[in-house]
Design a binder for this molecule. Structure first.
Ligand code: SF4
Ligand code: MG
Length: 329
């Protein structure tokens, strides 16, 4: 079966401003040649530290921001070439849940108005809108009495439920969840994750689940892609990624995940230095400035994402350049 979403060589470059009279040919490569595909019903994780390009990837593939290059095939259709009007209709099928329910809901609108808006915009008749709103508020675990209230009258978790209900309003096929629980208390996070999982089962949803660490995605994602400075450095099935991570960056991220059983806890790998600015990404492997295993080749040649096992892809010379591995030993 065809994947629901195919992302090919996606790029989003932002020009670096070059002073008042100077045009610049410098770019921040926020997303730089990102390719992956997502099956129907799957939850695909995008993980990396802030600034790695995961949110920009999520927004670019919905064309909420315009990609600088690459191709996005959604549900059998190349959406990179759609006109604004065609895209607007397609948006029914692809929705986003934002990280911050405090700022993503209009404070002047009641929950009813918030949920009604996408329905109205997409021409759902008034009568149908009311029954849809009643059903939406119910499936996210709120009640009809909540419909008259304003966002500030809710807790963070409740607000995120409203954000999820809004994303569900048009019965999408794909939801990009951009750090949907990062702004919530830990005690509330699992409730919202459970809700997302229940809704996925009920409505056959496909998720792209964006997170800044690997602890949240473990229980919700089927597969995970790890991003660093605008590129995917590793993709694998979640179990495989946790059991046998390959990329040194993934290993470092994983070593920071709290693990209740000390016997299986890998030794904490502390990375040296800060994430370099994406405006000034290192040449070669962008991770070489922090990688404990960096070799000579890493400073000049960029490793491509390549198959390194069943369903496993890694962008690291240790796995794709067997010669340089020997050199390293
Ligand atoms: Fe480290 Fe080199 Fe692999 Fe990059 S390519 S992660 S620098 S070993
Ligand atoms: Mg973000």
């Amino acid at each position: 079966q065809q994947p629901l979403l195919q992302v090919e060589h996606l790029k989003k470059y932002f020009p670096v401003s070059g002073g008042m009279f100077r045009k610049t040919d410098q770019f921040v490569k926020a997303v730089d040649d990102v390719s992956f595909s997502v099956s129907r019903g799957e939850t695909f994780g995008l993980v990396g530290e802030s600034g790695c390009g995961k949110s920009t990837t999520g927004r670019s593939l919905l064309r909420l921001i315009e990609p600088s290059g690459g191709r996005i095939v959604f549900d059998g259709e190349d959406i990179t070439s759609l006109s604004a009007e065609q895209l607007r209709r397609k948006r029914r099928d692809m929705q986003i849940v934002f990280q911050d329910p405090f700022s993503s809901l209009d404070p002047r609108h009641t929950v009813r108005q918030i949920l009604e808006e996408p329905l109205r915009v997409h021409g759902v008749p008034a009568k149908e809108r009311q029954s849809t709103i009643n059903r939406l508020i119910d499936v996210v675990g709120l009640t009809k009495s909540h419909l008259q209230r304003y966002p500030h009258q809710f807790s963070g978790g409740q607000r995120q439920r409203v954000g999820i209900a809004r994303a569900l309003a048009l019965q999408p096929k794909l939801i990009v969840a951009d750090e949907p629980v990062s702004a919530l208390d830990v005690s509330i996070q699992s409730q919202v994750v459970n809700l997302l999982q229940d809704l996925q089962a009920e409505f056959g949803l496909t998720y792209i689940f964006i997170a800044h660490d690997l602890s949240v995605v473990k229980h919700i994602c089927n597969r995970v892609a790890v991003m660093y400075l605008g590129r995917i450095v590793e993709i694998a099935d979640t179990e495989e990624l946790y059991a046998s991570p390959q990329h040194p960056y993934t290993k470092a991220l994983l070593s920071a995940v709290p693990e209740p059983d000390p016997d299986v806890k890998p030794e904490r790998i502390l990375l040296q230095g800060e994430v370099p600015s994406p405006a000034n990404a290192p040449v070669g492997c962008a991770f070489h400035t922090r990688c404990p295993l960096a070799m000579d080749i890493c400073r000049s040649k960029r490793p491509e994402l390549a198959a390194t096992g069943s369903g496993h892809q890694t962008a690291c010379h240790l796995f794709t350049e067997p010669l340089s591995k020997e050199e390293a030993i």
